[in-house]
Design a protein around this ligand. Structure first.
Ligand code: IPM
Ligand code: MN
Length: 353
């Protein structure tokens, strides 16, 4: 029996309900494939601010560092959003966590399910067969660059976008390796016609091309990529981009799948990786049982794959395909005849059994 220590960070809003379903599903595959999960919960986000005054407390960090993987829900609360003077914000917890744990690469797979194609506002003939992965740099760029802040009189604000060659090389390596396991096609998205950081990205990736002769690389400006993504998504296989472009483009890409509630992600870099849905804490839905748990359950499947539990991961993917095909889905994907968050989880568990 393989045993894994899993840090469970449910966070805010719908975080607890969607993570609970992912845990039910993990327990089901654990039972079937003889895997044991040792869960340890930690506080993060708004709830951590309210409880201990820090959105990523040292205790949570210690739990993460002592684990084999981290399962994360969501953070964010409107009571902080509506207060621009709030000194600490839940999002700082997520950013601090990514930075301190060295999670520099965020892997975001985007896949269109045939039976959901009609739910996308995009035409079926455009989205059908879309299947690509965005690799978003996660611990650099404008999210972290210094200096940042306000001028003394408060009339000017500034953020700084910084990248080092080393930061680009390590995430680009990962993207090249991903491309080798897929269609050998890598698209680097930047704004090299305007930004110095983007020119460093382009130069750095270009110098790495020779090490990956099987991979065909193209470079695309982010504005053009934003258009291409909804005009011809099947064009893409592996997309590599910097932090903020990746944030924006993946929300856009989720439209291809019919719902933001379908996109999982893995954040990697150091010893322990973190698995989380790409969506936020959806505070309006908190406690209502209407949130789509699939992105989180898919994230748990990505976690199992990385832990080497491939059969268990496959069982989850297959069961999700089943609930999607029978339209056993929450209101975002099935507005006419929706089922609850817990019912989606339960159904996936039944299929696994
Ligand atoms: C994401 C989120 C975060 C980000 C926020 C909550 C800080 O939008 O994971 O995509 O911008 O990275
Ligand atoms: Mn985002």
């Amino acid at each position: 029996m393989n045993t894994y220590k899993i840090a469970v960070l449910k966070g805010d809003g719908i975080g607890p309900e969607i993570v609970d379903e992912a845990i039910n599903v993990l327990n089901a595959v654990g039972h079937k494939y003889n895997i044991e999960f040792d869960y340890n919960e930690g506080l993060v986000g708004g709830i951590a601010i309210d409880t201990v005054g820090d959105p990523f407390p040292a205790e949570t960090q210690a739990i993460c560092e002592a684990s084999d993987a981290i399962l994360f829900g969501a953070i964010g609360d409107p009571k902080f959003d509506n207060n621009p003077n709030a000194k600490v914000r839940p999002e700082q917890g997520l950013l601090k966590m990514r930075k301190t744990l060295g999670l520099f690469a965020n892997i975001r797979p985007v896949k269109a399910y045939d039976s959901l194609l009609q739910l996308s506002p995009l035409k079926e003939q455009i989205t059908k067969g879309s299947n690509f992965v965005v690799i978003r740099e996660l611990t650099g760029g404008i999210y972290f660059g210094e200096p940042r802040g306000r001028s003394e009189n408060g009339e000017t604000a500034f953020d700084t976008c910084v990248y080092t060659r080393e930061e680009i090389v390590r995430v680009a390596k990962m993207a090249f390796e991903y491309a080798k396991t897929r269609r050998n096609k890598l698209t680097v998205v930047d704004k090299a016609n305007v930004l110095a950081t983007s020119r460093l990205w382009r130069e750095t990736v270009q110098s790495m091309e020779q090490n990956y002769p099987s991979v065909e690389v193209d470079y695309m400006f982010v504005d053009n990529a934003a258009m291409k993504l909804i005009q011809q998504p099947s064009y893409f296989d592996v997309v590599l981009t910097e932090n903020m472009f990746g944030d924006i483009l993946t929300d856009e890409a989720s439209v291809i799948t019919g719902s933001l509630g379908m996109l999982p992600s893995a954040s990697k870099g150091s010893k322990v990786a973190l698995y989380e849905p790409i969506h936020g804490s959806f505070p309006q839905a908190k406690g209502k049982g209407i949130a789509n748990p699939i992105a989180t359950i898919l994230s748990a499947a990505m976690m199992l794959e990385d832990l080497g539990e491939v059969a268990a991961a496959k069982a989850i993917y297959q069961s999700i395909d089943n609930v999607v095909n029978e339209n056993y889905l929450t209101v975002d994907l099935n507005p006419v005849n929706p089922v609850s968050t817990a019912e989606v989880g339960r159904r996936i568990v039944e299929y696994i059994k």
